[in-house]
Design a protein around this ligand. Structure first.
Ligand SMILES: NC(=O)c1ccc[n+]([C@@H]2O[C@H](COP(=O)([O-])OP(=O)(O)OC[C@H]3O[C@@H](n4cnc5c(N)ncnc54)[C@H](OP(=O)(O)O)[C@@H]3O)[C@@H](O)[C@H]2O)c1
Length: 227
């Protein structure tokens, strides 16, 4: 698998698992990234750490169709094609369904599920121009095994699993490879209020996910034999 000339869009690529995916891909030779997040809060640090790498900041909300169209238009203009799309941005809200605000329910579904569907739709024409197009989708172990107090998050991550399988079949004639990643509890900002111990490190999740991509795997499930 060639990484040297790949052009990569990654949502939420400036923090957490996304940032570690960027670092692994840089070590493999990728030098062109477009990072989409609402704040781009980690982009300056990436620019300082990797001055030889080109980062395009796409400030926007993946749940907003207008922001997505603007971001894809920028990539169309600057790159004209795309090799890898990583749907990593995500939000979680834990707690009883009864205590969750209506807004919280909608936001999780919009960011985690509708965002990747919209961004995929608008990026497919660019991906079709690549010799080796690839999509990485971040689901969750909770998208495989449903847990109480994560009911809405579970909807979104199970949806990403089905979305991955459906688009893999739909775009097989275009040779678009789709890897779906199922992390278990991983030590990032997302888990800062969690009392969990012995979480996976985002570095390990990123390294193993890219290794799975290189093997041509379609799924990688973290969390051991139980999962
Ligand atoms: N950490 C875990 O235990 C765990 C377990 C299973 C699955 N996952 C999944 O792995 C992925 C990465 O998680 P993480 O733990 O690395 O998360 P994180 O540390 O909270 O980082 C999330 C990233 O997504 C961006 N983001 C969030 N909402 C966005 C929006 N509406 N539009 C654009 N960007 C947005 C954030 O930037 P802004 O806030 O600036 O927008 C940030 O860069 C997520 O899909 C998550 O569901 C995580």
């Amino acid at each position: 698998m060639k990484f040297n000339n790949k052009k990569v869009i990654i949502t939420g690529g400036d923090r957490g698992i996304g940032k570690e995916l960027v670092k692994v891909l840089i070590n493999k030779g990728v030098a062109d990234f477009a990072i989409m997040s609402r704040s781009l809060s980690g982009l300056d640090a990436l620019n300082s750490e990797f001055p030889a790498v080109n980062f395009i900041g796409l400030k926007g909300n993946v749940a907003d169709s207008a922001d997505i169209k603007k971001a894809v238009a920028k990539i169309m203009q600057d790159w004209g094609s795309l090799d890898m799309l990583v749907h990593n941005a995500g939000v979680v809200s834990a707690g009883s369904l009864l205590d969750m605000s209506d807004e919280d329910i909608s936001t999780q579904i919009q960011v985690n599920l509708i965002g990747p569907a919209l961004l995929t739709k608008h990026c497919i024409p660019l991906l079709k121009k690549s010799d080796e197009p690839q999509i990485i989708n971040l689901s969750s172990g909770l998208g495989l095994i449903a847990m109480p107090f994560y009911s809405v998050y579970a909807i979104t991550k199970a949806g990403i699993r089905q979305f991955s399988d459906a688009i893999r079949r739909e775009f097989a004639p275009d040779n678009i490879h789709i890897l779906c990643v199922y992390p278990t509890a991983t030590d990032t900002d997302m888990m800062e209020n969690s009392k969990r111990e012995n979480m996976d490190s985002p570095e390990m999740v990123a390294k193993e996910s890219i290794a799975a991509l290189e093997r041509g795997d379609i799924n990688i499930v973290f969390g051991g034999r139980q999962r």
